[in-house]
Design a protein around this ligand. Structure first.
Ligand code: AMP
Length: 121
C-alpha cells in the first residue's frame, strides 16, 4: 500500500524542502539528505508509485520515459558520464527500502566499491 504521508510525497507537495537538482512534468531530482558519495542524487516520479515493479506496471509511457531520461540527465550534468556512477533502487524489505515511494539513487564522484556488502553471519 502506498503511504501518501511518506517523506518524498511530502516533498512533492511542498510540505518539506529539498535541494532540487532538476525537475520536469513527471519527475523530480534532488540531493540525498545523507549523501553516501560526493554525488548522491535521488530521482523520483511525481506519481504515487511504491517500487519499480509498481511503476513499470502502472505508470504511463511518458512517466517512464521521463524517469529514464532524468537519470541520464542527472548523471551527465553532475559530470559522472566520464568517470562512472551507480544507479540503484532499494526495494521492499530485502532491498532495505526506507522510503516507500519509488526512488533511484544516482551515486558517483568516487570509486564506489563492490555492488553488495557480504551478508553478516
Ligand atoms: P532507501 O533506503 O533506498 O529508501 O533510501 C532513502 C533515502 O532517502 C536515504 O538515502 C535517505 O538519506 C534519503 N532521505 C530521507 N529523507 C530525505 C529528505 N527529506 N531529503 C532528501 N533525502 C532524504
Amino acid at each position: 500500500m502506498y503511504d501518501p504521508n511518506n517523506v518524498f510525497a511530502r516533498i512533492l507537495r511542498g510540505e518539506i524542502p529539498c535541494k532540487k537538482v532538476a525537475e520536469d512534468e513527471h519527475t523530480l531530482a534532488f540531493h540525498d539528505i545523507n549523501p553516501q558519495a560526493p554525488v548522491h542524487v535521488l530521482v523520483i516520479p511525481k506519481g504515487a508509485y511504491l517500487s519499480w515493479d509498481d511503476f513499470s506496471a502502472r505508470a504511463t509511457d511518458a512517466e517512464q520515459a521521463a524517469l529514464t531520461r532524468m537519470v541520464g540527465r542527472v548523471a551527465r550534468e553532475a559530470g559522472l558520464a566520464e568517470t562512472g556512477y551507480r544507479v540503484l533502487a532499494n526495494t521492499g524489505r530485502d532491498g532495505h527500502q526506507d522510503v516507500p515511494h519509488l526512488h533511484l539513487h544516482v551515486l558517483g564522484g568516487r570509486p564506489l566499491g563492490p555492488m553488495l556488502q557480504r551478508p553478516r553471519d
